[in-house]
Ligand binder design. Structure first.
Ligand code: FDA
Length: 526
């Protein structure tokens, strides 16, 4: 390699790790920086985490659109299906984790509709206070819950999108697909070998990764995608990991695939509350992925496996169960000198709102925006770090509200949720909700919001998300928004806005095909 010129642009980026984070990073960086050489070093004998199968809508606009890949291009390679939201089951009432579908609410994608400058949530609360007949919050304010119950897909028969949606897929197939795309289309070099050591210069910057096969892979910037091992950012750079077990208690999972009659393919992720956590269900053609996320402080792995197997009628002795441990929190800084952590090496929140892959491409978007030359200007690096902290902490706070507002008190795990450490920011959001005000009402229309990741990133969990979860848990504001007492006409005419939601729901129930039909078609199995 040429003599190090400490002022020139980046020439070579080395990524350690070939999981979803490693290959997403390779594709994103190679596409965004076409004159930079990108190398991925991954040890085939060290397995990927292999979970991470539920996503959120901006995966397409922020990641696949950049690569020039439509749903039809990537979905068939990843056994991908559609997701229109998350169905939370049993989060409000005591129980032993039986799938009792009556205690259920949807957290729906998309922005909450507005009427006369205020979100429908405010009118919904007012109408309840006025004794008007109302349904549940999610059913009255969104058309998607009825579509999900009826297993309709989010796209019309010609493939155009009818409503905001995300995807479920096989995590290993996604990483394999991205690896092929990176190496065959984007010119990324793939080195299959194990890193044994990182070589440092006198300033503590990484100069090369040494491999078991005897190679030294030199680079200007090193991206740590080595998963929970965090070999570069924690082990080599020595950056501290801030454990947030006092804010989110779950730290284990037991997972397995289950055969599935996909004729009834559900276009949503299920999140079923259990005695010491919750279980995900991610439906794909032919199987669903499922895992019980729990806290080791409140349940041992054998009990967790039994409760999990009970839920699905599996025999714990026969089932192919994977037990996983994870750490919840983030590194103090995501970028230190010439090393950036992306993926599990950098931060992790339990998968309650499917944020893992979002943190990967969110960080990549921010990395390219804050890209430095080989001087690694602190102004850029520090700004990037501050943005990653904001992205992560904001989601952590939102996840906490699912627990600390849950009325469940039937086990020690659920009772312990009352003692979570909460940030001032989330306390303020809860107080705002209780006061009858919109919580983080978007200031842009839905097209701008979803068309501009910058706008979305800065206001990620909006009013609709807070209302879906809070109202879904049965937590009502202390009263309606006081100003509505002075706007009786707006309250009266809001009936038209709710009627429009119902009419749109009926139209879509009529016009949208079953999810399974569209998924089979897009996968070429129709
Ligand atoms: P991963 O562990 O997959 O990859 C690490 C890579 O580093 C491997 O290729 C390995 O070979 C390589 N490596 C390690 N040491 C090496 C060495 N010495 N030399 C060379 N290579 C080395 N996310 C989401 O968006 N939706 C979801 O539903 C979920 N669900 C979920 C459930 C559970 C229980 C967990 C723990 C996590 C999730 N996630 C998730 C998160 C998601 O799984 C995760 O963000 C991505 O898979 C990214 O993982 P990584 O690529 O960072 O690590």
């Amino acid at each position: 390699m040429a003599e190090l010129d400490p002022t020139g642009p980046l020439r070579r980026i080395v990524i350690l790790g070939g999981g979803s984070a490693g290959w997403m990073s390779a594709c994103y960086l190679a596409k965004s920086l076409p004159d930079v050489r990108v190398v991925v070093l991954a040890a085939p004998e060290i397995p990927r985490i292999g979970v991470g199968e539920a996503t959120i809508p901006n995966l397409q606009s922020v990641f696949f659109d950049l690569l020039g890949l439509s749903e039809d291009d990537w979905m068939p390679h990843c056994n991908a299906s559609f997701k229109m939201g998350i169905k939370f089951v049993n989060w409000a009432t005591p129980g032993r984790g039986e799938a009792r579908v009556r205690d259920a609410y949807y957290h729906v994608f998309g922005l909450l509709r507005e009427h006369e400058g205020l979100p429908l949530s405010q009118y919904w609360t007012q109408r309840r206070a006025d004794g008007e007949p109302t349904g549940t919050f999610d059913e009255d304010c969104y058309w998607e819950p009825a579509l999900m119950e009826a297993r309709r897909g989010p796209r019309f028969a010609d493939g155009t999108s009818a409503t905001a949606h995300a995807w479920h897929f096989d995590a290993n197939l996604l990483a394999d697909f991205l690896a092929r795309h990176a190496t065959t289309v984007l010119g990324v070099e793939h080195v299959e070998d194990r890193m044994t050591e990182a070589l440092l210069d006198e300033r503590g910057y990484i100069t090369a990764l040494r491999t078991a096969g005897g190679r030294d892979l030199e680079g200007d910037l090193f991206v740590d995608c080595s998963g929970f091992a965090s070999l570069l950012i924690n082990r080599t750079m020595g950056e501290p990991f801030l454990d947030m077990g006092d804010r989110l208690r779950c730290d284990r999972a037991v997972a397995t695939p289950v055969p599935y009659d996909d004729a009834d393919l559900e276009p949503y992720t299920s999140s079923i509350a259990m005695s010491a956590g919750w279980t995900w269900k991610v439906p794909l053609l032919g199987r669903f992925g499922t895992g019980y996320v729990y806290s080791a402080d409140f349940q041992d792995p054998d009990d967790a496996a039994r409760e999990f197997c009970d839920l699905w009628g599996l025999d714990p002795a026969e089932a192919d169960l994977r037990h996983l441990r994870f750490r919840v929190g983030r590194n103090e800084r995501a970028w230190v000198r010439n090393c950036v952590g992306i993926g599990l090496s950098s931060c992790f929140l339990e998968p309650l709102e499917s944020t893992g892959l979002y943190f990967v491409y969110g960080a990549l978007y921010l990395l390219v925006r804050h890209l430095t030359d080989r001087r690694f200007a602190p102004g850029l690096v520090d700004r990037f770090n501050a943005e990653v902290v904001r992205m992560f902490d904001d989601s952590r706070d939102f996840l906490q509200t699912h627990y600390c507002l849950s009325p469940r008190t039937d086990t020690a795990f659920w009772r312990s949720q009352q003692d979570l450490t909460l940030s001032d920011d989330v306390r303020e959001k809860i107080a705002t909700y209780r006061a009858g005000l919109p919580v983080n009402q978007p200031t842009v229309d839905v097209g701008t919001y979803y068309g501009n990741f910058e706008a979305e990133l800065r206001n990620f969990w909006t009013n609709g998300s807070f209302y879906c979860v809070f109202a879904g848990l049965g937590i009502e504001p202390d009263g309606p928004m006081p100003v509505l007492a002075h706007r009786p006409e707006a309250v009266r005419s809001s009936a038209d806005a709710f009627a429009a939601v119902a009419a749109e729901r009926d139209r879509m129930l009529r016009d949208l095909p079953p999810t399974v039909e569209d998924v089979r078609r897009v996968q070429g199995r129709g």
